[in-house]
Design a protein around this ligand. Structure first.
Ligand SMILES: Cc1cc2nc3c(=O)[nH]c(=O)nc-3n(C[C@H](O)[C@H](O)[C@H](O)COP(=O)(O)O)c2cc1C
Length: 174
């Protein structure tokens, strides 16, 4: 139990899963004895874990529904452990995306209402139009690419993700 940390995620097309994997690897590399990286739907109990890191892809300015459900279901346990939260979105991948950090930070407001994280990571994600299942959404995003609002591709900043994971360590194992 002492140094067992859970990194859990909600992802639709895989980019948030990749961020969770990177955070888990960084925590292990920097001395956490054991890290579980799991999709939220597979997590039944938080009892074995000393600390929890949870993250979600953003859709329509919100964490995915299963991610909000995870926080609601495990709220009382999360309030008793160090809990860090992250999100992955395309707004931060826009031109001057860094200017939108306060706007993006508000996507985390519904999470904060339930449990206040010890730290929040806000990361740019990726956009692959072929992986968007809804025809309507695919069309909308194709238009946003045509008009230059979003660019297709992988915009994840691994250095920023790594840096956040390193800052987390003392907060999670305090
Ligand atoms: C239907 C849909 C809605 C989205 N809504 C937003 C949004 O409101 N704001 C944003 O910044 N990114 C939005 N995105 C972009 C995703 O957050 C981004 O592609 C992320 O990397 C997806 O993570 P995943 O690969 O783990 O699913 C949306 C993507 C999709 C497919």
């Amino acid at each position: 139990m002492t140094e067992f940390v859970l990194v859990t995620y909600a992802s639709r097309s895989g980019s948030t899963r990749g961020v969770a994997d990177a955070i888990g690897s960084s925590l292990e590399k920097n001395g956490v004895k054991k890290v579980d990286v799991q999709p939220m739907q597979l997590v039944k109990t938080l009892q074995p874990y000393r600390a929890v890191v949870a993250g979600s892809a953003i859709q329509n300015k919100r964490w995915l529904p299963e991610a909000m459900e995870f926080v609601q279901v495990h709220r009382s346990e999360l309030m008793q452990k160090p809990f860090a939260a992250f999100l992955v979105c395309m707004t931060l991948a826009m031109k001057n995306g860094e200017n939108y950090r306060p706007f993006v930070s508000d996507f985390m407001a519904p999470v904060r209402v339930l449990v206040n994280p010890v730290s929040e990571g806000l990361f740019a994600g990726s956009l692959d139009l072929r992986k968007i299942p809804s025809v309507r959404d695919r069309l909308l995003f194709r238009l946003s690419v045509i008009f230059g609002i979003w660019q297709e591709g992988d915009h994840r900043n691994w250095e920023a993700i790594q840096a956040w994971a390193e800052c987390l360590l003392p907060l999670l194992l305090c």
